[in-house]
Design a protein. Structure first.
Length: 280
């Protein structure tokens, strides 16, 4: 089968993507969230924003047909491309044709690939919408070797990842990201740069790992966050009934009549510390 690979510096156009899919006898799978970037300028900008180059190690999740992979290859970085689709995983090495790029067929959510990456790795990806939030949070929780992420996600997901107290999108992902990292939106992305065209806008988010906000019991912390935001219209006194006593609220400097969206990550950590200390 002849493959599209004209010059090393060429990334995929929309025509390239359609032709590759036809030659592969495949089509985008909605169940895997497969929407391929068909804008060479966009993937090159994402590669630039990731600030990687020779000597850096990049993990790309969901490379698909390799649009972003080719742009990352241009930087000179080493790339581990993690692809769940067997057909695409088999095709990608013949598209990229570089000893610096390794392709593995795996479910990125299993995190088995994390054992083979060095410290100070960077995750750069056009993430499938259906795994974006759990993958980012799992990486922050369990893969300290990844110190930076530059990811394209659904705009609504991006808003949740970067939200702060007072923002409408502020919720569980916002608190978890803020505990581990600093996050900001780099750019908005319209749907017409993808094939097939999704029904939503996207955004590119940069997440930079930092020292954790506080040394607290994270199991307690995130359980409190989960319980309270699960009933976000209720006062904390009600949503956390049986988990937090009046004395513990007082020790943390939290008013029981507050609602979860009023607490920033530092305050959540104080409350978790008060609970973990079993103060009553």
């Amino acid at each position: 089968m002849a493959l599209l690979r004209r010059q090393p510096a060429v990334t995929h156009s929309r025509r390239d993507i359609v032709e590759l899919l036809e030659r592969l006898g495949s089509s985008p799978k909605k169940s895997l969230g497969q929407n391929f970037v068909a804008d060479p300028n966009l993937v090159r900008r994402i590669a630039r924003e990731s600030e990687v180059g020779p000597g850096d190690y990049v993990v790309e999740v969901g490379p698909g047909l390799g649009s972003l992979t080719l742009a990352l290859e241009e930087t000179g970085a080493r790339v581990l491309a993690v692809e769940i689709d067997r057909a695409f995983a088999g095709l990608l090495p013949s598209i990229v044709q570089s000893p610096r790029t390794t392709v593995i067929e795996a479910d990125a959510l299993d995190l088995g690939w994390a054992a083979q990456i060095p410290s100070d790795s960077v995750l750069v990806a056009n993430l499938p919408y259906n795994i974006a939030t759990p993958l980012i949070l799992d990486v922050l929780d369990h893969v300290p070797a990844i110190t930076r992420m530059v990811v394209m996600v659904q705009r609504e997901v991006a808003d949740r990842l970067v939200a702060r107290v007072g923002d409408e999108a502020y919720g569980i992902p916002s608190v978890k990201v803020a505990y581990w990292a600093g996050a900001r939106t780099i750019m908005r992305v319209p749907p017409d740069v993808f094939y097939p065209r999704p029904n939503v806008d996207s955004a590119v988010v940069r997440i930079e790992r930092k020292q954790a906000v506080a040394d607290v019991d994270r199991t307690v912390l995130f359980e409190l966050v989960r319980k309270s935001f699960g009933q976000r219209r209720k006062m904390l006194r009600r949503s956390l009934a049986g988990l937090v006593t009046e004395a513990q609220f007082d020790n943390a400097g939290v008013r029981p009549e507050q609602r979860p969206e009023e607490l920033d990550v530092e305050v959540w950590c104080r409350l978790a510390a008060a609970v973990a200390a079993c103060v009553d």
